[in-house]
Write a protein that binds this ligand. Structure first.
Ligand code: AQP
Length: 338
């Protein structure tokens, strides 16, 4: 994003990010990325690849590096315009780590202990419950507050972290005056929690075993096969009922977000047709949704120099905004100016 644009039209700010800890998924697209694109004209958007967050679980260095480039290409392929939105890599802006340390001293141990994502992830990864996993929400708070973001488009699983960011901002402002804008989450009505295709009690996530997760860059045949195998429920009717029919309801949500059709329209469309026809249709709708994204991302990845120029320019722009906030914070808390 050019400074000229930023200065001439002062828009409210958005911040959001995704970890390059795996390939982007259908869940992250429907829960967050789609909204990033929809909101990008009305807001001054900072969309980040949060590599500092990603190392809370072990990453293979070469893979991590490759995924960052892939992710920039996928952000653009989904419809984000680097001339309008700041698409950058978190570790390129040291202010994230710096503010995170400061905010560690304004976030309570008890608050972090209540974070459900920490509880989930530490239960699943008992061999690596590192301090970074515990303080992850503080880094996320720093990410958001550095840019004075008003809105944070995320999926439902991040709601609690954005609430913490707001609480910490409020606490800090209560001591030092109005330093931070109070952020709130932007969570879609539909698609806020896409469930695994293999187990409809679990959120679809990158670390999912094969088959349960659809990735943005999956080939059509892989997508169709995964939907054909998706778990459904007893009975053969396509009807939205989260309690009784979680598998079918999840597929209906995916189909609804992919096609824009209402649940009533979907029920009517598949009345009497059974699960087979329905699952094929859902798979095809996702294939068509992702086809242009995958093709554009593949083309972008052939031009590495362009992608490097996007994240390099964006890091400069982001650093200027972030350092402005950081300097203010340093001054308020009494650090000696250099
Ligand atoms: N299944 C989902 N439904 C709706 N929204 C989702 N998001 C992720 N999964 C779903 C949203 O997409 C963004 C992804 O952010 P992230 O990659 O930083 O973190 P994550 O939520 O930890 O992603 P995963 O896929 O669940 O990773 P692992 O397997 O490592 O735990 C966020 O806005 C998230 O809400």
């Amino acid at each position: 994003m050019t400074d000229t644009v930023a200065q001439t039209e002062k828009k409210p700010v958005i911040f959001s990010g995704m970890q390059p800890s795996g390939a982007l998924t259908l869940g992250s697209y429907m829960g967050a990325l789609q909204n990033w694109v929809n909101l990008s004209d009305a807001y001054d958007c900072y969309y980040c690849i949060v590599d500092l967050h990603a190392i809370t679980s072990r990453q293979e260095p070469a893979e991590l590096r490759r995924r960052c480039l892939d992710q920039i290409a996928q952000y653009i392929a989904c419809g984000l315009d680097p001339a309008k939105s700041t698409l950058f890599i978190q570790s390129h802006v040291p202010a994230h780590a710096e503010l995170s340390w400061i905010l560690n001293c304004y976030t309570m141990f008890g608050e972090l202990s209540r974070m459900t994502q920490f509880k989930d992830k530490s239960t699943r990864n008992t061999d690596n419950i590192n301090a970074g996993l515990f303080t992850y929400p503080v880094l996320m708070t720093a990410d958001i507050l550095l840019y004075q973001a008003e809105l944070v488009p995320v999926g439902d699983d991040q709601r609690q972290h954005v609430e913490l960011a707001r609480d910490v901002a409020n606490r800090f402002n209560g001591i030092y005056g109005d330093v931070f804008t109070l952020p709130k989450s932007f969570i879609p009505e539909e698609g806020a929690r896409i469930m695994s295709l293999a187990d409809s009690t679990r959120k679809m996530s990158k670390s999912e075993p094969a088959g349960g997760c659809i990735y943005l860059m999956d080939k059509p045949e892989v997508i169709l096969k995964s939907f054909k195998r998706a778990v459904t429920d007893s009975g053969g009717d396509v009807r939205y009922d989260q309690a009784e029919k979680p598998g079918v309801s999840n597929l209906m949500t995916i189909y609804s977000v992919a096609t824009g059709k209402s649940y009533d329209a979907i029920e009517a469309e598949f009345s009497g047709l059974g699960y087979g026809a329905f699952k094929t249709a859902v798979g095809e709708s996702v294939v068509e949704l992702f086809r242009p994204i995958r093709e554009k991302a593949e083309a972008l990845l052939a031009d590495k120099a362009y992608l490097v120029s996007v994240y390099t320019d964006a890091a400069d722009h982001a650093a200027r905004a972030a350092n402005k906030t950081l300097r203010k914070v340093y001054k308020k808390i009494g650090f000696v100016a250099k």
